[in-house]
Design a protein around this ligand. Structure first.
Ligand SMILES: *Cc1c(COP(=O)(O)O)cnc(C)c1O
Length: 239
């Protein structure tokens, strides 16, 4: 199957999932996760109509973006999403090359990003804060595994969130989470549901959740950004 036909299938599935949830598909941004695929594959996806691309490593995003811009020119309408967590020594590269960051998991990273953005005279960076709701899926993200019952856990996060929001060049857009890949669908949906309730409590409008295996469950629970790789590009050799 071609990238174009897989893309059409995914758009249909997103539209159906949105409809089933009483939502408009227009509320949902498809981030095509191009990690491990070369710039030529991104150009193919671009020709098929995709405009949002996701990379989990900034050292892969930066040169791929440069290659794509060399081919298409700078006003190509692409938004580059950095979806994987950042190490502090890579914050400068991220500040210079990412348009949106989905995996902010530490205050220190937010501080460094804000500082680099100021130095580079770049506009504010929209970020999703990564939250660990399941306790299993990943070790990254702020620990909110018991936020409904553990007032201290929620309070600690709220305080950090306020500090991040006060940084000059960081614009907190929403929450991001990963569900355990091997859990039953009902458990995965419950993780997404709890993430949505948390975002509601914090008054954050956007939700980055859902991947190839679980994006329909995420859309049922209000996802505004789904990050889909394999269902568009096929199985990755690595990564
Ligand atoms: C790789 C990756 C995805 C996409 O995963 P698929 O299973 O290929 O859809 C989504 N989010 C993050 C953070 C990733 O690293």
């Amino acid at each position: 199957m071609s990238i174009q036909s897989r893309y059409a299938t995914i758009l249909d599935r997103i539209a159906n999932a949105a409809k089933a949830a009483g939502r408009s598909p227009k509320e949902i941004t498809l981030v095509a996760v191009s990690k491990t695929w070369p710039a030529g594959t991104v150009l193919e996806a671009y020709a098929a109509g995709m405009r949002h691309f996701g990379e989990n490593r900034v050292e892969e995003l930066a040169p791929k973006r440069a290659e794509v811009e060399a081919a298409l020119g700078p006003g190509n309408g692409i938004t580059w999403h950095l979806i994987g967590p950042l190490q502090s020594r890579k914050t400068r590269l991220a500040a210079e090359h990412a348009d949106i960051f989905h995996a902010l998991d530490r205050l220190k990273i937010a501080r460094r990003l804000s500082q680099h953005l100021e130095e580079a005279n770049r506009p504010s960076l929209p970020v999703f804060i990564e939250v660990n709701i399941s306790g299993e899926a990943t070790k990254t993200g702020f620990d909110l595994t018991r936020w409904e019952t553990d007032a201290a856990q929620l309070q600690a996060f709220t305080t950090t969130l306020a500090t991040i929001r006060a940084l000059p060049r960081i614009e907190v857009s929403g929450l991001m989470t990963m569900a355990p890949w091997d859990a039953p669908p009902a458990d995965i949906q419950h993780i997404f549901h709890r993430t949505r309730e948390l975002a509601r409590r914090l008054d954050l409008p956007l939700l980055s959740m859902g991947m190839t295996d679980d994006f329909e469950l995420a859309i049922a629970e209000g996802a505004t950004h789904v990050r889909i790789g394999r269902a568009i590009f096929g199985e990755r050799a690595t990564g």
